[in-house]
Design a protein around this ligand. Structure first.
Ligand SMILES: NC(=O)c1ccc[n+]([C@@H]2O[C@H](COP(=O)([O-])OP(=O)(O)OC[C@H]3O[C@@H](n4cnc5c(N)ncnc54)[C@H](OP(=O)(O)O)[C@@H]3O)[C@@H](O)[C@H]2O)c1
Length: 319
């Protein structure tokens, strides 16, 4: 494993972080058991992964808590989240603090390393900054968490408007942000600011569902070509990103997806979500491989650099 510093938190974190939500929820969304989910967490830790990202709405905090019971506390960095905006409701600060307290209970720990506000829309930013954050900072003083983070609501915030306001504010130690081969604007829009303000970044959506299956890319290209956003020749191909896979290049579509994001300046931790032991091994291996060849990265930029909002679909509601 390789390790890096998570922005101004100074936490030493693995460049590959285990995402305990997403479509897989450690396999719990796809027929896995609590035991198999715990085995995924232990396998990740055995590979040197030390950052685990969960959230109250994922319904995996209890499983993470059970898995880390046998692991020295200083060997893992635990990141979790509370909702603030959910089902059309805006939560009062007391409800967010109750969520924090419940996370501590579910995880079975005294202090959360990174406590994040989940999926904050641009229209909700003033509220979290002015009303929620001051209350949370008092809970931080009480020792309930070490660092405060914020995560964007990518499918509804294609220009990263929320983070563009949050990053310079000095309140947030980490930012969770979307970036992938067909959603590249994070490079110019967000990373220069997170680097400048030393805000640690947790990368989501590297694979999501679009790069897990070749057919999904082909379908996306057909829609994009019909809308005049990519050349028709790409829509005619069975494997439109097949050009990335060649000797000296990527080994597979998912390999390309992880290697593409991993080496971008400004990316600290690449989150990967899986319930499959073989995917776990291959994803970590991909994250540790060298960058894609420059010519392939240039082609991705030229073909797709202008796209917005591709492959960012939300997962079905956990629980
Ligand atoms: N803050 C937020 O709003 C937010 C939103 C989304 C995600 N996140 C965080 O980011 C993490 C990662 O989310 P994500 O959206 O990037 O991914 P994800 O939703 O976890 O999806 C990855 C998908 O690809 C599959 N997959 C993984 N490795 C594969 C491989 N090698 N080959 C083929 N399929 C593979 C997984 O299924 P298998 O189980 O079959 O491997 C899963 O369905 C989440 O767990 C969460 O921690 C946060």
């Amino acid at each position: 494993m390789e390790y890096t510093t998570l922005g101004r938190t100074e936490l030493k974190v693995s460049v590959a972080g285990l995402g305990c939500g997403g479509f897989s929820r450690l396999g719990l969304s796809t027929g896995g058991t609590e035991a198999s989910a715990i085995a995924i967490i232990h396998a990740a830790i055995d590979h040197g992964v030390n950052l685990l990202d969960t959230a109250a709405p994922y319904g995996t905090e209890d499983v993470v808590g059970k898995a880390i019971r046998t692991v020295p506390r200083d060997k893992v960095v635990i990141a979790t989240k509370s909702s603030v905006f959910r089902d059309g409701e805006r939560w009062a600060p007391e409800r967010v603090v109750a969520s924090l307290d419940n996370s501590l209970r579910e995880l079975g720990i005294d202090c959360i390393d990174v406590f994040q506000l989940h999926a904050v829309p641009p229209s909700g930013y003033d509220y979290v900054r002015d009303v929620i954050a001051p209350v949370l900072l008092k809970e931080k003083e009480r020792g309930k968490f070490r660092f405060l983070g914020i995560t964007e609501t990518s499918p509804n915030d294609l220009e990263h408007r929320m983070l563009l306001r949050a990053v310079p504010d000095g309140l947030w130690d980490t930012a969770m942000v979307a970036f992938h081969m067909l959603n590249q604007n994070t490079r110019e829009a967000v990373f220069p600011a997170t680097l400048q303000h030393r805000v640690g970044t947790l990368l989501m959506f590297a694979v999501r569902s679009i790069f897990a299956r070749r057919e999904r890319v082909a379908e996306a290209m057909q829609d994009l070509a019909a809308a005049g956003k990519v050349p028709q020749s790409l829509a005619d191909e069975r494997d439109p990103l097949g050009f990335l896979i060649h000797p000296g290049g990527a080994l597979s579509l998912t390999d390309a997806a992880y290697r593409y994001v991993r080496h971008e300046p400004g990316v600290d931790v690449v989150l990967f979500g899986t319930g499959d032991q073989e995917h776990l091994r291959s994803n970590i291996a991909s994250i540790l491989r060298p960058p894609l060849p420059q010519a392939d990265r240039d082609r991705l930029k030229q073909l797709f650099g202008h796209l917005r909002g591709v492959g960012l679909v939300a997962p079905p509601r956990a629980r």
